[in-house]
Design a binder for this molecule. Structure first.
Ligand code: ADP
Length: 516
């Protein structure tokens, strides 16, 4: 059952109950008032009859008291009187014709004697023989000569058919009135509750549509005041905003994950295909040899060497790729990096030393590392080295001539490690993308070996250290990568530079500037 129907039913039921109480009250009040005035009339009539109309005398022979009904007393129209002997219950006198009596019972006589006045309604016959309802007042009386002896009970009676008719009309009116009010109230209640609950129905409809159409962009339109329903609408709408936001994020991360998996599979397939091709080639060469092939030993050795070196090259490329993928998978799993207080200079120097061994065509120079002296960061030594190697390997890879230089700069609360090269550089439009997974700039694609994963790993490491990165590059002129790392809190305090935000990755905003 809908709230609307329930509300209306409750409302009508309560109103009905209220009207019933009111009706009964009003009916009782009217009937009491009507009968009360009649009873008072009968009481005064009885008094008058007893005082003026009844004469008593003592029978000279028996000594018994006798009554005389005064004919001179003009009895009020509409009333009848009757005197009953309380001992025998006999009718002694009556103003009615002989064939008509006022109904009486010994019970009522006893009650009247006890209370000195008693009124009761009883069915009987009218003087013309029709059925009527009498209202009868019983009034016991005694004579002056013997005030303690009840000599008779006077009955004053009147027909109350008219009063009963009025009362039945009143009750009919009250019932009709109540029914009308209930019907009106139920109808207006239905209308009002429909009006009040309309926005809720709209909410149900819209949320239903959102559910069935899966259109999370829909919102509940509500133009009313900011009452309970207004606030409910607001809450649901903001909840939908959040659900939509989370859903879009999940969709985006799902899309990225799929792209990552498909790119990774694609990247892994290339070396595998080369390895398989070479293995098949070798197999063919050796099978031909077994069946007495025509190749000379020298030719066989050269072919085999070529194939094996291809296999080795691809295998190491694959192993690099798998390592990179593992690093990124770790990054995706959300495990926080173990950080500790580190002196940065020895790490950078170690990287510089090992960098001399990397394959390169450009001149390798180490600039001033003075800014790093005594500088401490909260970091992970292995990850920091890995990150610096990524930038250096790239610099060597993309610098066919000229030089690559690493130096350090200092800024308030942070230190910068700068890697500059005079290599191929990049188009400024590509800079925002180079940190994306598998992204390779146009100039390097197909010309230089690479997976497009290095910078995304480097960016993740910088993020984990709460650092940032600036890129300055010009096509065919070279690039500069400046990595900013926050100094550890204790050191910044010693230097009087005030507290620094915690390096929790949340403020890691890798920025990319270009210099055109
Ligand atoms: P890759 O394995 O291709 O080097 P990275 O993620 O390390 O992948 O780099 C992404 C792309 O950024 C590279 O493909 C290259 O186009 C560009 N890039 C990176 N470093 C340099 C640089 N020092 N000079 C020019 N281009 C660079």
């Amino acid at each position: 059952m809908s709230i609307r129907t329930r509300l209306t039913l409750w409302y009508s039921f309560l109103l009905g109950a209220l009207l019933l109480v009111f009706g009964i009250g009003l009916y009782s009040y009217i009937s009491v008032k009507l009968f009360d005035s009649q009873d008072r009339e009968m009481a005064s009539l009885a008094e008058e009859v007893i005082n003026r109309g009844i004469q008593s005398s003592s029978n000279p022979f028996t000594g018994e008291l006798e009554f005389t009904w005064s004919l001179s007393f003009r009895f009020s129209t509409g009333y009848a009187a009757q005197i009953i002997d309380p001992a025998s219950g006999e009718i002694k006198r009556s103003t009615l014709p002989r064939n008509v009596v006022i109904p009486h019972s010994s019970e009522s006589i006893q009650k009247a004697i006890k209370d000195s006045f008693y009124v009761v309604n009883e069915k009987g016959k009218s003087p013309n023989g029709t059925d009527i309802v009498w209202r009868i007042a019983y009034v016991p009386f005694s004579m002056k000569v013997a005030p303690d002896q009840i000599v008779g009970v006077l009955q004053i009676a009147t027909t109350i058919d008219n009063t009963l008719a009025i009362l039945s009309q009143v009750s009919r009116f009250l019932i009709l009135f109540a029914l009308l009010v209930i019907v009106l109230a139920a109808t207006s209640g239905l209308y009002l509750s429909r009006k009040a609950l309309k926005p809720i129905e709209q909410i149900i409809r819209t949320t239903g549509q959102i559910e069935s159409s899966e259109d999370l962009g829909r919102r509940i339109e509500y133009k009313g005041p900011r009452d309970e329903i207004g606030r409910l609408t607001e809450t649901i709408n903001s909840m939908l905003d959040r659900v939509e936001g989370t859903y879009r994020e999940l969709e985006e991360s799902d899309r990225m994950q799929r792209r990552f998996v498909s790119d990774a599979s694609h990247e892994l397939r290339t070396p595998l295909t080369t390895i398989r091709g070479n293995v098949e080639f070798l197999e063919k060469v050796w099978n031909q040899e077994r069946s007495g092939g025509s190749l000379s030993d020298e030719e066989k050795r050269e072919l085999s060497l070529e194939a094996v070196s291809d296999i080795a090259g691809e295998a190491s490329r694959m192993s690099r790729l798998v390592n990179d993928l593992l690093a990124l998978a770790r990054a995706d799993s959300g495990t926080a990096m173990q950080l500790e207080e580190l002196e940065i200079r020895p790490i950078v120097e170690d990287v510089c030393r090992k960098a001399a061994l990397l394959p390169k065509k450009a001149d390798w120079r180490i600039g001033s590392l003075e800014a790093l002296t005594g500088a401490f960061v909260r970091g992970n030594a292995d990850s920091l080295s890995q990150m610096l190697f990524i930038f250096l390997e790239n610099a060597f890879k993309y610098t066919p001539e000229g030089y690559v230089v690493l130096d350090a700069v200092k800024a308030p609360r942070q230190i910068g490690i700068r890697i500059r090269d005079t290599g191929i550089g990049m188009d400024k439009d590509e800079v925002p993308h180079i940190f994306e997974r598998f992204y390779r700039a146009d100039v390097s694609r197909g010309k230089t070996a690479g997976t497009g994963l290095g910078l995304s790993i480097a960016k993740w490491i910088i993020d984990q250290h709460g650092g940032s990165i600036e890129v300055t590059t010009r096509l065919q002129e070279g690039s500069t990568f400046l990595i900013w790392l926050p100094l550890s809190a204790s050191e910044a305090l010693e230097a009087g530079e005030g507290p620094i935000p915690l390096a929790d990755g949340s403020n890691a905003d890798a920025s990319a500037d270009t210099d055109e």
